[in-house]
Structures are given as C-alpha cells and as structure tokens.
Design a protein around this ligand. Structure first.
Ligand code: GLU
Length: 492
C-alpha cells in the first residue's frame, strides 16, 4: 500500500488529560521528521484505558495540536487509509490478532486471579527480586483450561515472552540489549476482551506501517516488549528513537509542581504557537547553523539523529525570550488576531480591526506575551484616562508650560504624520533647552499626558497613531488635570 521507504510516523496520545508540553514536543519531533522526509504524520488516539480516557480530552488534544499548527495526514477526525484511528474502535482487529497468537502457541490463557498475582508480587518483592509474572499458567494442560472455563473463570491472554536477548535498534541509543527472560509474560488481552496497552500499540504500529517510533525515554523499557511482539505478529519492527524527557530546573520530570504544563495553559498565558514550537524544537536539538525561526525552516534542517537522548531542562525565561522575538517577527494582522481574545478579556473594543492591528503593532514593542498587549493597546483602543500612578508626573510645576507648548505645536502642524510628529518633538527639545528641561524630564510628562501611562510605545509612533484631533483633546485634558493637581498641592 505504501511506497517503499516512505516515512510514516505517528503521535499517539492517550486522552487522559490536556496536551502536556512534553507530549507536544513528541508530536513536534514526529511532525518535523515526517515533514523533513516528506512522509506521513498520523494521529492515533490510544484510548484502551476506557476508565481514564474521555472524548473531551481527545477534543482538547486535537484542538491544541491544531493550534500549534502540527497538521496530520491521517487521524480520527479526517480518516485515512489505515483507520480507524481510535483504539477503542479497533477491538475486533486486536481480538483477531490475539487469537492468531494463541493458535500459534505464542500466547496462552492465564487464569490467575488478581489476588494470586498480588501474592506472587509481594513474595518476589520480599525476596528482593523485581516482580514479574512468574509464568504460572504458561504450560497448563488443555484439561485444566477446560476446568477453569467451566468454573466460569475468565482468562486473560499473555504473550509468551521469548527468553533470550532482545535488541532494540534505536537511532539515538544505538543497539540496546535487554534480557527477555527478565520481562515476564505480559497481558495482551484483558479478561473483558479488551486489548492490553502494549499489544494495541504494536498491532497499530504494524498495521499502520509505521516506520519510525519517536517518543520519550520513558517508553524505552516498553520497546523490549514491543520488539518480539512485532516479530510474533509478522510485522517488520520500526526503527526507534527515544529522546530525553523535559525536566524542571530542579532536575525532576516536568510536572504541575513546576507551574504550567499543558499547552492550553501556555496558550491562555499568551504564548504564540510559533514560539512554543520553536522553543520546544530547540530544546534538545541544535540546528546545524544559525538562527531558525519558522517551523518549515526547522523541518528542513531537522535531523533526528542529533536529538538529545539525555534529559533537557525547561527554562521559562528562554521560552519567554522566544515569545518576545516571535511576537515582533509575526505579521501584525496575525498577531492582532491572536491578541483579540486578550483584548476582549481586558474589556477593550475590537470591532475596528484596522485600528486593532495598529494598536497591537505598537503595543507589541513593550510586550513579551499576548497577555501584556492590552496594557499598551489600551492607549489606542480604550477611553483616555490618566492612571493613578502616572498622575505624579503631571503634578510638577513646569508641566503646564510644557503641555501648552506641545499643544500649540500640534495645532500649528498641518499633518501630524511621522515627519510632522518628529518636527514637533524637535521643536519641543529646542524650546525647552534654554530652560534646562530636557530628556526624560521633558518627554515623560508628554508621554503621560498623551497616554495616561508611565510606559508605552515610542512617542512619535504614539502621536501618529492617535492622530491630531485625539492628541489635541488629550493634551487639553491633561493640561487641565496638571493645573488641578498643582492647585491641590498648593492648598495642602
Ligand atoms: N499512548 C502513549 C502515551 O500517551 C504513547 C505510546 C507510544 O508512543 O508508543 O504515552
């Protein structure tokens, strides 16, 4: 069905929570590898654990992946030639494959009860041995099987784990050898007929003709079970690549203790998908040359064999740095669209999209996250108001004179475009030099008078964007306010 050598990789989340930042990195590495090799990237939902999987989490994972822009070629929502793409819909296939192994003697019925298994586990632990299934039912007779069935016992099916050296071929770890006899026969079909986790993964990877399994190091010990299963089922085992997991700055696996861990939380906090992708891609992989920004460029340069197999440390400050860069490098209208929900949440009007684009474009100069944008976009979108903490700046004796001069220059300027605004500021500088008022002393009150805030975008840009009428109105109001503040002060 597939042309020879066509790369096929998959992202196989279990829908038991929102998309974790570590899983997003797994998805990203698979996506990058597929795109680099012009192969297929599949999305498969691993919901064999029915008690913990929900459709809500599946929807959420799909939504966050789409937001990240990691588009898939086959998946539960779009179908494809190897479906279904939800494990819960593949039960018949797993049962057929399990029967097959049973018939060939590669799997067997196990009637051990949970109590018996627990007892054996405890015994092994007490003896200082790592617990594994001891093979109690490995060789029971057909007559015994009939008796158990007649008693109404429901068997599980266990895979007869080969007791030999098992080699996992890993792009990052090389040839990793495991001793198969240390693993123990594991369950491929539960007593309710449902597929065991490892079994479903291997049947799916085999049936879906997956060529490379790229996932975190936490799955490396699983591959010792997977390799002989691929063989028993008659599939060619994929090549593995187990990479280093993300840890917090304390060296422990990244978890809620370290702060936000789900992609959703980062999105809500105002990170851009491009920044998150860019940061996650370079976390544990260094591009061969220079700076890389866009996802397509990263895909072009991506080399799976150069991904770090050791743990990598998540640094929020570095992610922030990436976000600031992307915030400034993304086309303004795109940033505006991403910023709109944040502006709305801050109660700012967003109906004039052209104005929103301009305001966001100016505001991003001062912002690191989208959540910072309303603070500065407010200057252009919100009603004019001098903030409490900025008033002090207007309450200085020389300020009314500065604002009066500023306003007169604005009135006298025909067109308050870039050039006009530059002219106004130059004249202000000249006029106040003889009075010894310069630099911040001169320009900061002007900023507050125009924006009502202590911090904001470049002054010339602010003037141009506000336009002559609005600048005039605001200066007049601030002039009155400055006088009021001064007279209050003299009354005290
Ligand atoms: N469903 C597994 C998980 O979410 C992934 C299994 C795999 O990649 O082989 O951790």
């Amino acid at each position: 069905m597939v042309e020879n050598n066509r790369v096929r990789v998959r992202f196989a989340p279990s829908p038991t929570g929102h998309l974790h930042i570590g899983s997003a990195r797994t998805a990203l590495f698979n996506w990058l590898f597929a795109r680099h090799n012009e192969g297929d990237f599949l999305l498969r939902i691993e919901d064999t654990d029915r008690s913990r999987s929900t459709l809500l989490f599946e929807k959420s994972i799909i939504e966050q992946l789409a937001w990240l822009g990691l588009n898939w070629d086959e998946g539960p929502d779009i179908g494809g030639g190897y479906g279904p793409y939800r494990q819960s819909e593949r039960g018949e296939l797993y049962r057929a494959k399990a029967d097959d192994l049973l018939r060939k003697g590669l799997a067997y019925n196990c009637f051990c009860t949970p109590d018996e298994l627990e007892e054996s586990r405890e015994k092994q632990l007490a003896a200082g041995r790592p617990p594994r299934y001891e093979g109690t039912c490995r060789d029971i007779s057909q007559a015994q099987i009939e008796r158990f069935l007649a008693e109404g016992r429901k068997p599980t099916l266990r895979f007869r784990m080969p007791e030999k050296k098992i080699t996992v071929s890993d792009v990052l770890h090389g040839e990793v050898e495991f001793d198969g006899s240390e693993v123990g026969d594991f369950i491929i079909q539960r007593s309710d007929g449902g597929a065991g986790f490892h079994f479903a993964v291997v049947v799916d990877d085999g049936e879906m003709e997956i060529t490379h399994v790229i996932r975190g190091n936490d799955h490396l010990p699983n591959s010792v079970r997977h390799v002989p299963l691929f063989e028993a089922l008659g599939y060619r085992a994929p090549l593995f690549a187990h990479f280093g997991l993300i840890v917090g700055e304390d060296g422990a696996k990244l978890s809620k203790r370290h702060g936000a861990v789900s992609v959703f939380e980062y999105r809500e906090a105002g990170y851009l998908p491009e920044a998150l992708n860019n940061y996650l891609a370079l976390l544990g992989w260094t591009p061969p040359s220079g700076e890389i920004l866009g996802l397509e460029e990263v895909a072009d340069a991506f080399e799976l064999e150069k991904v770090n197999k050791s743990p990598v440390t998540f640094e929020r400050s570095r992610l922030d740095w990436f976000n600031g860069r992307h915030l400034r490098a993304t086309p303004p209208d795109q940033v505006a669209r991403l910023a709109i929900p944040f502006l709305e949440r801050a109660g700012l009007p967003v109906d004039d999209f052209e104005l929103v684009v301009k305001a966001v474009d100016a505001a991003r100069e001062n912002s690191i996250l989208l959540v910072d944008i309303p603070t500065y976009a407010r200057i252009f979108l919100g009603p004019f108001e001098v903030q409490e903490e900025a008033k002090e700046e207007l309450a200085k004796g020389y300020v009314p004179q500065v604002l009066d001069a500023f306003r007169s220059l604005v009135v006298a300027t025909d067109e308050l475009d870039l050039e006009g605004a530059e002219g106004v500021l130059a004249s202000m500088r000249e006029s106040f030099k003889p009075l010894g008022i310069r630099g911040r002393e001169l320009f900061h009150p002007m900023r507050v008078a125009l924006t009502g805030q202590n911090v904001g975008p470049d002054l010339i840009r602010t003037i141009v964007l506000l336009g002559k009428d609005e600048v005039f109105q605001r200066l007049s109001r601030s002039y009155d306010l400055a006088n009021e503040l001064l007279s209050e002060e003299s009354e005290d």
